[in-house]
Design a protein around this ligand. Structure first.
Ligand code: FRU
Length: 474
């Protein structure tokens, strides 16, 4: 089965993943195997608002064109299938495959809606399922749940990775959101889990519940091995509603120790949530790939799309950078996006846009302020600028906004260092602004009443280009 999204629907993006129909939220269970990037996602096929959660499924060979496959996991008597991850169990530690054909194991949260309604607080637990046919079909483990609830109401979103212990042996580590903390569990076989530690009391942003954590090893620029803990939070983000914070530190013997108490945000835009990284990427590529849900719980269920709701962000490569003595996470657009580049149009001050799927590149003139706009013939405009040390995306006049009172807003991010170049990805109803290759990122949804026609550079930009990214395969 191959669903082809209708490209005629207004706001349907071209190179971002959207389900052909129905509701989507968080990315789930992402793994790479034999040339395919798998993306599962929180999915409710029967409506365009949130409902009983399934895991929808899509695959891509290049991270920019996606094929939607049949649903991977359906709700069952233990509950809806909430967010989680998947790993390649290459040594068949789970025994759910064979040595010759090791399984992919998905680890997810069961959410028992009936138990929730009855007022109990133990309605979330962790279950597993496995696939021995490259993720095409899944069998749930017959002794689920593998990690029962321990009296914590919000107990969800397991992200599992395999790690090497100090004695050289391997273990599975689960990072799990528990209310407004992260808990770490370990397991030899993905079936038996033991609590190792808890992190989060009195540190970081706590304006809402913690969700969708991810623990990622990355090298700092000086060669030290660091551990990054991503934690999505809802509400309590810097632009209202949901957002993703992260901590940088060390992870040893099942315990995460942060280097400092600074609050860091992965993306300063309002619309990048619940993102996590891919498992089992080819080691020779040595990259950490991330994708987020391009929306915000504030208004996700009322945005003006018709047959579907929500897209994913573009895939991003995460790395550590040091700026003014502070370590930060850089999110660069995955290099595969460059392959989409069609004709380049040189822009001096203004240019018409060749399509609604474009990348705009701008080299800044060293003044550390800039301003550019996208506009249409209705007088609607989107302004992206930097002044007084703040990079802002102003969507107050960028089209439809009456569906939610918080939508029309200016979203700003502090940037104390110099902005040198911009890469802006527009795709029908979203804009992703990468400053200095992703040292600072803002992701925003937009719903213009008529397609954007023109880009204009107002100040601070030395030269620019517009690339048509219209995906010829769709
Ligand atoms: C995050 C989240 C997760 C949960 C899922 C339910 O957006 O709330 O914590 O598993 O969505 O769809």
């Amino acid at each position: 089965m191959n669903f082809t999204p209708s490209s005629t629907e207004q706001f349907r993006p071209d190179y971002h993943f959207t389900p052909a129909k129905g509701w989507m939220n968080d990315p789930n269970g992402m793994f790479y195997l034999e040339g395919e990037y798998h993306l599962f996602f929180q999915y409710y096929p029967d409506s365009t608002v949130w409902g009983p959660m399934h895991w929808g499924h899509a695959v891509s060979r290049d991270l920019v064109s996606w094929e939607e496959l049949p649903i991977g996991l359906y709700p069952d008597s233990l509950g809806y299938i909430f967010s989680g991850s998947a790993v390649y169990d290459g040594e068949n530690t789970s025994g759910l495959g064979t040595a010759e054909n090791p399984p992919i194991v998905a680890i997810f949260t069961y959410h028992n809606a009936e138990a929730e309604r009855s007022g109990s607080n133990d309605f979330q637990s962790q279950g597993i399922a496995f696939s021995t046919d490259k993720g095409r079909t899944w069998t749930k483990f017959d002794q689920n749940p593998v990690l029962p609830n321990q009296g914590i109401q919000d107990f969800r979103d397991p992200k599992v990775s395999q790690q090497v212990k100090s004695d050289g042996t391997k273990e599975w580590v689960m990072t799990l959101a528990a209310q407004d903390r992260v808990q770490f569990f370990s397991s030899p076989d993905l079936k038996n889990w033991q609590l190792k530690s808890e992190f989060g009391a009195g540190i970081g942003a706590h304006g809402g519940v913690w969700e969708c954590p991810d623990l990622i090893p990355l090298q700092s620029p000086n060669g030290d091995q660091k551990w990054i803990l991503l934690v999505s939070i809802n509400p309590g983000g810097p632009q209202k509603g949901s957002a993703t914070q992260y901590f940088i530190g060390n992870f040893e013997n099942g315990t995460f120790t942060p280097d400092d108490t600074m609050i860091r945000w992965l993306d300063y835009g309002p619309d990048n949530y619940a993102g996590v990284t891919w498992a089992n990427l080819p080691t020779e590529e040595n990259r950490t790939l991330f994708i987020g849900w391009m929306s915000n719980w504030l208004y996700a269920q009322v945005v003006p799309t018709q047959s579907w709701r929500s897209a994913m962000t573009v895939a991003r490569e995460l790395s550590l950078i040091e700026i003014n003595g502070v370590l930060l996470l850089k999110s660069a657009p995955a290099k595969e996006l460059e392959k989409l580049r069609g004709v380049a149009i040189k822009v001096n001050q203004a240019s018409n846009l060749p399509s609604q799927a474009v990348e705009i590149n701008a080299e800044l003139d060293g003044s550390d302020t800039f301003s550019l706009t996208l506009s249409n013939e209705l007088g609607e405009k989107l302004v992206i600028n930097k002044e007084f040390g703040l990079v802002s995306v102003d969507r107050t006049l960028a089209g439809k906004s009456d569906f939610h009172s918080d939508f029309a807003a200016i979203h700003s991010a502090p940037m104390s260092w110099k902005a040198e170049e911009l890469r802006i990805f527009l795709d029908a109803s979203s804009v992703e602004v990468f400053v200095n290759g992703g040292e600072l990122v803002l992701t925003s949804l937009l719903f213009p009443n008529s397609p954007w026609k023109k880009v204009e550079f107002h100040q601070g930009i030395e030269e620019g280009k517009v690339f048509d990214l219209k995906n010829s395969q769709q």
